[in-house]
Ligand binder design. Structure first.
Ligand code: 3PG
Length: 206
């Protein structure tokens, strides 16, 4: 499960974080992201239709790795697995949640913003973390400070990352990819604009 999350995070330099308020237009939205060469997405469990959206995307877009975000407890983890999510992401973590993901062999990216949180998860074999909220928790200066004590750990920073600072984050040695809501900013979708933003994001490291 730890190597599976690494290969998912390696698919694209940017993982769009989506808050889906309605499943209307969901298929057009996914097509616009695929056209923009982004292959992994995170649908947050922050809306009542999020699980349904994950199920639809998992069934209709096998070329996309759909992850579930804002997974807060073991019930959420079970629900997103049942809905067909390929991986789960959380803003923080609890022992129960992180242990269950290992036990059921489900790719999981736990959120951290301190060394103690990292150390607790290292004990369970985790090597990849979401660094959240990235800008508010100390930004690039902070993540650089983690290379010394945790040289083998890689992060997907999210929270405050956008088209202006994504490349700088991606250039850090311990950053495997970044995530953010800037590709799909609202519920009023301009699909052409989303594809353009996705294309720019997909080429950030070229
Ligand atoms: C997340 O859950 O990763 C964040 O809400 C994304 O943060 P952003 O909206 O600042 O990109």
């Amino acid at each position: 499960m730890h190597t599976k999350i690494k290969s998912i995070l390696s698919l694209s330099p940017v993982m769009p974080v989506l808050i889906i308020n309605t499943i209307d237009n969901l298929e057009n939205l996914m097509s616009s992201l695929i056209e923009g060469n982004l292959n992994n997405i995170e649908i947050t469990l922050r809306t009542s239709c999020a699980l349904k959206a994950i199920e639809i995307v998992a069934n209709k877009f096998p070329e996309l790795k759909v992850g579930a975000g804002t997974v807060l407890n073991t019930t959420d983890l079970k629900n997103v697995k049942d809905a067909g999510a390929s991986f789960a992401v959380s803003p923080g973590s609890t022992y129960e949640l992180a242990k269950m993901a290992v036990d059921i062999n489900f790719p999981f990216l736990p959120g951290v913003s301190s060394s103690s949180q990292i150390m607790n998860l290292l004990d369970l074999g985790y090597k990849h973390f979401k660094f959240f909220p990235a800008e508010a928790s100390g930004g690039i200066k902070y993540i650089n400070s983690l290379i010394g004590p945790f040289p083998d750990i890689m992060f997907c920073p999210t929270g405050g990352i956008n088209e202006n600072n994504a490349l700088e984050w991606l250039n850090q040695k311990n950053v495997i990819c970044v995530g953010g809501s800037w590709i799909v900013p609202s519920n009023i979708y301009d699909f052409k604009e989303i594809t353009n933003k996705a294309l720019l994001a997909s080429k950030l490291l070229q």
